[in-house]
Design a protein around this ligand. Sequence first.
Ligand SMILES: Nc1ncnc2c1ncn2[C@@H]1O[C@H](COP(=O)(O)OP(=O)(O)O)[C@@H](O)[C@H]1O
Ligand code: SF4
Ligand SMILES: [Mg+2]
Length: 341
Amino acid sequence: MNEKDIVLSVKNLNTSFISDRKEIKIVKNVSLDLKRATTLAIVGESGCGKSVTVHSIVKLMPKNARVKADYILYNQKRGDKITEFDLSKLEPYGKEMRALRGPDIGMVFQDPMSSLNPVYKVGDQVAEGLLEHNPKMSKEEAKEQVLAMFRELGIPDPENRINDFPYQFSGGMKQRVVIALAMICNPEIIIADEPTTALDVTIQAQIMELMKSLQTEKNKSIILITHNMGLVAEMADEVCVMYMGRIVEFGTLEHIFNNPSHPYTKALLRSVPVLGMEEGRLLETIPGITPNPAELKEGCEFADRCPDCRDECRKGTIPAFEVEPGHKVRCLNFNSFKEVD
Ligand SMILES: Nc1ncnc2c1ncn2[C@@H]1O[C@H](COP(=O)(O)OP(=O)(O)O)[C@@H](O)[C@H]1O
Ligand code: SF4
Ligand SMILES: [Mg+2]
């Protein structure tokens, strides 16, 4: 694969928040590459910094955030032409960044109401995204495209439903509208942050199937954030396992499921429901709780919960080791392998 097949490349992303005059590090030296027309999953328990990571990438951050990165390169492809943007150098709400969010990078968040305006008709909201980025388009043309998108997303009776308000939609249908919002400008990258967490299991499966088919039919590149290893198994090509702001394991889907190596990844996998598991059987949960990021000590972030922890784990920063080509693990159990950062 040549370098240009990487649509998004993030190097050493660090994000912290200033709170009570203290700086709390939340994302630590995160580097990742999203390959064109593939799905990269970022998986980890709640509070480990997944949302902060992607919000930092698209530069939608509150004022008390400090974001630094060596680079956040986006390779825009238009026909045969590739243009490179370094998002880390762009003003968060400047003209260039605003032009990229939507037509190049679409976003689907967990709570549909964080994307929808309750007092506008859904059809108008989706059309507005289109018209904003295509000033020459007529309203009729925009409406036709919105209808086509609603049909494609399986929203029944779209001619009437475009005139409804968000509260008139069920949770699953609302999330379809949000996907329509994210997709209407035909972006290359879709960032989906726990897109189905708020929905019930059947609807979750429908929405994920929809995203998977959009990805394969339209060659989209997806960053999927989830705490659910079952979803990862269905959706991802490559996986970043994140714990307390660091990527602790990275590899292909096969690496992560066939040869899970970091003690945290193994624990996450033990907490996945297995098909056919007897009803009522409790899943094994990961012992201990995630530490408070303001009170983290030096050494491995997972030390307090790790069955393999020893003295050397509590010193310095734990490097990553390449346990097989393309499979990296940040754990001293693997220090006989080549160090990769
Ligand atoms: N605006 C903020 N100010 C201070 N801390 C924040 C802010 N936003 C998020 N955090 C903290 O960052 C950490 C990671 O949050 P988040 O990325 O939302 O986790 P995840 O998406 O993995 O569940 C949490 O400890 C959270 O409290
Ligand atoms: S570095 Fe040590 S504490 Fe951390 S995951 Fe590996 S064995 Fe456990
Ligand atoms: Mg989150």
